[in-house]
Design a protein around this ligand. Structure first.
Ligand SMILES: Nc1ncnc2c1ncn2[C@@H]1O[C@H](COP(=O)(O)OP(=O)(O)OP(=O)(O)O)[C@@H](O)[C@H]1O
Ligand SMILES: [Mg+2]
Length: 436
């Protein structure tokens, strides 16, 4: 990537970023990383001797989001990550590299005195880690530079830091200076998509169509808003429920949310020749309703029968034939259902544990729905009944957590596992502008 000189808000932020804490926040792809890295490189060139650190949620995301970008700009001789050592050589200086989730890295930082730090995705760092990081920046003139996307309005980063800035280049580009006892030596730069002049209109349109609801407000508009109301608020029966399933080019998976006293819910996911994902069929057993629990062996048998049969009637098919029997590429199971997986294994059904990253899963499902790339057959009544009622937990939101209310969500969990775990199979057919 060749980098053009900064202009507008990017340039202004680099000029203003001379506080102890300097934070670029706002919309995705709004040039926060590029601007903050420009400032970081200037700092690294001029910094007094002492330790430098680059940190992020994990070492892997830090490398992907930031270090790879620097290597591309500077070339491997001026930016070289020494694998396994937790060290980066940047413009001839040693920089420690640490992921916040790595206990050993935390230990190492605990004992360090730092003159400078760069932090990626600050809102995703544990608050305790962030506080520790700030105490490490004890040298006179020590500075921190960081970026973040918006999160909940109750998030510690907003309440305890960003809202106490003494310099704020706000969303509209106004420069606000505040003084007072509650103010920190902190400069805040709020970015919106329009602040990145290098995005094409087509790309901005693609991004905008992918984000709806909560994530539209946070990631497109750059606002700190709470997770409230319906999770899949882009869901529209008219648009998303289908009576006719187009030809399926690949049967991606059967995915199962497991329960014994709770329902077991299985969904069958296919990739259509029209480059859309289809939930074609579901199988569900609700032991409370049926007044009968099934053993793992019975469940296995019934799931096998369901897949052999796949009741997709002729009326749902463009060619008017019944569908009978599919062999999905993967059998995906609730990661916590270890005993059931063992049973499936015994029966030669080769299960894999589902990806249960809840928020990433919800975000990906939302994006697909918003883009009209995920549809559900009318033959999945139990799943269809759950989708509109799936809601954010208000109580958790007040504490700054994004969490769905634990309620009728078995089909929804199965759907999340299905979509997330098969991502590598469908993502080249269905490019999303931003990977979860
Ligand atoms: N000065 C520039 N010259 C060329 N391209 C640029 C410049 N600034 C930004 N871009 C382009 O815009 C993209 C997004 O910028 P950047 O990665 O800094 O955004 P971000 O706000 O950090 O986004 P995210 O929240 O998704 O991490 C870059 O990958 C790059 O392609
Ligand atoms: Mg970034």
């Amino acid at each position: 990537m060749s980098i053009a000189p900064l202009t507008g808000k990017g340039l202004e932020s680099v000029r203003l970023a001379d506080a102890r804490i300097n934070l670029w926040e706002g919309s995705v792809r709004s040039s926060k990383t590029v601007s903050s890295l420009m400032r970081w490189l200037k700092f690294v060139r001029e910094a007094p001797p002492g330790n430098l650190l680059m940190t992020g949620k994990t070492e892997r995301t830090l490398k992907r989001n930031v270090i790879d970008v620097l290597t591309e700009w500077l070339g491997p001789s001026r930016c070289k990550l020494i694998a396994g050592s937790g060290e980066l050589w940047l413009l001839g200086r040693r920089v420690y590299v640490a992921g916040a989730n790595d206990e050993r890295a935390q230990e190492k930082i605990r004992g360090l005195t730092l003159v400078g730090a760069y932090a990626d995705e600050v809102s995703t760092l544990p608050e305790s880690y962030w506080s520790m990081l700030l105490t490490r920046l004890s040298v006179d003139g020590a500075k921190l530079f960081g970026t973040t996307n918006p999160d909940s309005p109750a998030h510690w980063l907003l309440k305890d830091y960003l809202q106490r800035s003494s310099t704020w280049l706000d969303h509209s580009g106004q420069l606000l200076r505040s003084e007072g006892e509650d103010r920190l030596d902190l400069a805040r730069f709020s970015f919106r998509l329009a602040d990145n002049p290098y995005l094409s209109t087509a790309y901005i349109d693609a991004l905008s169509s992918e984000f709806t609801g909560l994530w539209r407000k946070r990631f497109i508009e750059g606002l700190w808003v709470a997770a409230e109301g319906a999770i899949y608020d882009m869901w529209d029966e008219q648009r998303h429920v289908v009576d006719i399933i187009p030809p399926i080019s690949q049967w991606l998976c059967a995915a199962i949310d497991y329960g014994t006293s709770n329902p077991l819910h299985a969904v069958l996911l296919g990739l259509g020749t029209d480059s859309r994902l289809y939930v074609v069929s579901e199988w569900r057993h609700d032991s409370r309703q049926a007044h009968r629990q099934m053993t793992d062996a019975e469940y296995t048998e019934r799931v096998r029968e369901w897949l052999q049969e796949v009741p997709v009637p002729a009326s749902r098919r463009p060619d008017g034939t019944w569908l009978r029997g599919v062999q999905p590429r993967y059998m995906i199971v609730d990661p916590s259902a270890a005993s059931f997986r063992v049973q499936l294994h015994r029966e030669g059904m080769n299960p894999v544990a589902g990806n249960n990253a809840v928020l990433d899963g919800i975000r990906t499902v939302s994006s697909l729905m918003a883009a009209g790339r995920l549809k559900v057959s009318r033959d999945c009544p139990a799943l269809l009944a759950e989708i509109p009622g799936y809601a954010w937990d208000d109580k958790a939101a007040r504490k700054g957590e994004d969490k769905p209310i634990k309620m009728a969500d078995h089909g929804l969990d199965a759907l999340r596992y299905a979509v997330m775990t098969t991502r590598s199979l469908w993502h080249s057919s269905i490019p999303l502008a931003i990977a979860a």
